[in-house]
Design a protein around this ligand. Sequence first.
Ligand code: AMP
Length: 512
Amino acid sequence: MTNHNLFVALRDAFPADLDATAIETCDGPVPLRYSWRDIERATAMLANFLQWLELPPGARIAVQAEKSVEALLLYLAVLRAGYVYLPLNTAYQSSEIEYFIGNAEPSVVVCPGTSFSWVSKIAFKSGTQHVFTLDDDRRGSLLERAAHHSDRHIPAQKSADDLAAIVYTSGTTGRSKGAMLSHGNLLSNAQVLKDYWDWKPGDVLIHALPIFHVHGLFVASHGALLNGSKMLWFGKFAARAVIERLPEATVFMGVPTLYVRLLAEASLTKDACRRMRLFISGSAPLLIETFERFRERSGHTILERYGMSETIMLTSNPCRAEDGERRGGTVGFPLPGVGLRVCDDQGHAVPPGVVGHIQVRGPNVFSGYWRMPEKTQEEFTNDGWFKTGDVGKIDEHGCVVIVGRSKDLIITGGYNVYPAEIEGVLNELAGVAESAVVGVPHPDFGEGVVAMVVPRPGAALDGDLLIAALKAKIANFKVPKRLFVVDELPRNAMGKVQKNLLRERHDALFSG
Ligand code: AMP
């Protein structure tokens, strides 16, 4: 029986020379080199340890850890052992972690040593049996425990539909939803991208993205692993340090903010990029100005692609010249195997050029939201297409152009912020009657989060104190960069807050 475990496909792509370097760290005190054999052995030990815990079938392993090679190895080991990986943003605070753990009911939680006391309290209260620690310097109880297990392991038998990961996306109406991705979803997308992005022998990837999100965890890591390609591994993105390593690399993946930061460095030159083959951008809209400035400075045309947690990658600008030109301001063509249509409010497909709701289907599209059958049903059409929540059109070349987000999402520095969630937290604070949160253009982050807060009658609100209160409750990237105390919010005849007016009012807030 064929084993559809994604780990098996990735391992089958390892090069013949298992002692060659697979991953080299770039930002620690000394570079660490991990061979392909190291990946094989370490994932076997971790997988054996997880199986020794005798977890129930389909057990979730929730991981909130700083980026490290070991955290990636843990992800691969979870696949290998046949459990379900649940990555959590390192910025999440206790109320957020409490929700994810309560909702996903993981059997194992892994966290940094410094968070152990509060994370374990939450986890044990929710019925999690095991909490281990993992730090970004290879310390922690997880590796200590795994070290006692065999470095040989037969990957668990999996079918393509078996669950491999749950990725939480924030919900527009407050609560996050766990997108359930199968081994088949992840592998089919990785294989399509390997071909479409023309991965070649000798390619070297600069991996400078976080690994709690689809971009860094799936698109970047799977890309390199499935091609047997070396990764130059940055725990944190640092523009100057990345540019220093470009001459050794051929592929770079980033969110638009990273490109803006690269452009701010004088050392970004055509010479520095001489060996590079491909710069890829996604997760948020790439400004045409960034696209053009990058081309002038580096001599490379950024390939922009579009995807989301629920679907992994959906569209891409061409990689090979014979597939066409890379067009700035577009996210390219639907990937092979991906169906994409644009519909009006009634759900009827509209012709090219007309703006509407983007719907998709394909082997990469998730099966639904974890324990939210009604939400799942709402987000799929009767004929099985997933409603992305993005608004866009197909242009005259057949390329997809995204013009907005019906779900009101703000993307700041590549991270998603849902206004409804921030508004909910603000409205709970003493003296707050109501609030509205919008995203406005920001030169560095793409969009900056801005909040308008209306005080209760007689209450005097201090913006700095409100920001401080938010910082204690939600991840820093969600905290508004500016907060205004106002007498009232603009509303339309239906009583809805006119967020478009708020956006217009503050349009130049960060650029002026
Ligand atoms: P996430 O689930 O965190 O990956 O966020 C997915 C959302 O990011 C999509 O629904 C889009 O709104 C947005 N997105 C991703 N890539 C692009 C892109 N290249 N251009 C514009 N928006 C994008």
